[in-house]
Design a protein around this ligand. Sequence first.
Ligand SMILES: *Cc1c(COP(=O)(O)O)cnc(C)c1O
Length: 415
Amino acid sequence: MENGAAKCDSRERKPTPPLTVRSVLDALMENLDQSDRRPVVPLGHGDPSSFPCFRTSPAAEDAIVEALRSAKLNCYAPSLGLDAARRSIAGHLSRDLPYKLSADDVFLTAGANHAIDILITALAQHGANILLPKPGYPTYEACAAFRHLEVRYFDLLPEKGWEVDLDGVKVLANDKTVAMVIINPGNPCGSVFTLEHMKKITETAKTLGLLLIADEVYAHLAYGSNPFVPMAVFGSITPILTLGSLSKRWIVPGWRLGWIVTTDPNGILQKSKVVETLQSYIKITADPATFVQGAVPHILEKTTEDFFLKIRNMLREAANICYDKLKEIPCVTCPHRPEGAMSTIVKLDLSLLEDINDDLDFCVKLAKEESVIVLPGSAMGLKNWLRVTFSVEPSLLEDGLLRVKTFYLRHAKKK
Ligand SMILES: *Cc1c(COP(=O)(O)O)cnc(C)c1O
């Protein structure tokens, strides 16, 4: 009898739907004033694909069309991914590494979000925990909630250019900690780590015996003084699981193609069976469409450097507009000029505002009054901060930030 009751209970114990970027943004969109004739300025999430100036490279489009027209890719793909695609990703990533990756190190996923779900599922075990950056990317927490994997947050330090608080990491980690997630270039902070800091991160992971997950979906989208360097260059210190995708660098998030890559020159992951567990889950989960997989070799080989250069220049211009215009708005402070990825975060000073309760209230009223969408920091674990994504058409960005300023003036505390 008791057993039956316990079963029933556990069936009801579904996790409450966690706060995700999408759920918060959907809620904000519902607050838009339909009678406002001005265009909505979407500074809430990083999908610039709808702006003509951010259109993907012609080479990538051609690769997809060719793959589709070949009529050879209408089949199911092998469960770990099409070999040609895995080989080309291995070759592509090896160019920046002191080792040569092989096709066997690469697993294809339906975008990086799917890669996150796969990793969390493979790593979750009874009583285990995972270390995540705060602020960070909420999908990790949302997936962990469904897998009953405990989440512990280490801080990124604004006064140190959003570097990882490694002393905090040492305090948080215990013998049940399975991994630590590093996002570089950083979402939401727009930071790019120095080589020295990355080395320290890998050494800390080694000392603590943690797996290091390097979320590099913004790989190569660095346009400040620190160049992008993949975490895997330190793979001989500790094994690295790298997440990547076409979504951000090629600006095709709808194509749903990502990857998990293991850099493990000392064979540690093989021994610990992490790779085996990963593979066995990947074999039963969804895969990216076969023709998209089939297009990968040409997408990687034929996209020209001037496309990447153009995108980096556009993002630098947008980041500078964003930083400079935000500076003119007294109620927000931006600790750093963004140097990579597509967003920055600002601290909200509520004492300068008359009738705004918190970050969420700010975002709801801003959507209603100015048709501008920004993400409340609460969605990333940082109350009374805002994430501003600047990967939009530059004139629309300026317009949007001007509206934020107008909003501030309307709600400013009267002296
Ligand atoms: C966008 C993003 C992802 C998801 O990428 P997709 O390939 O579109 O699924 C993962 N991690 C971070 C940090 C991101 O910003």
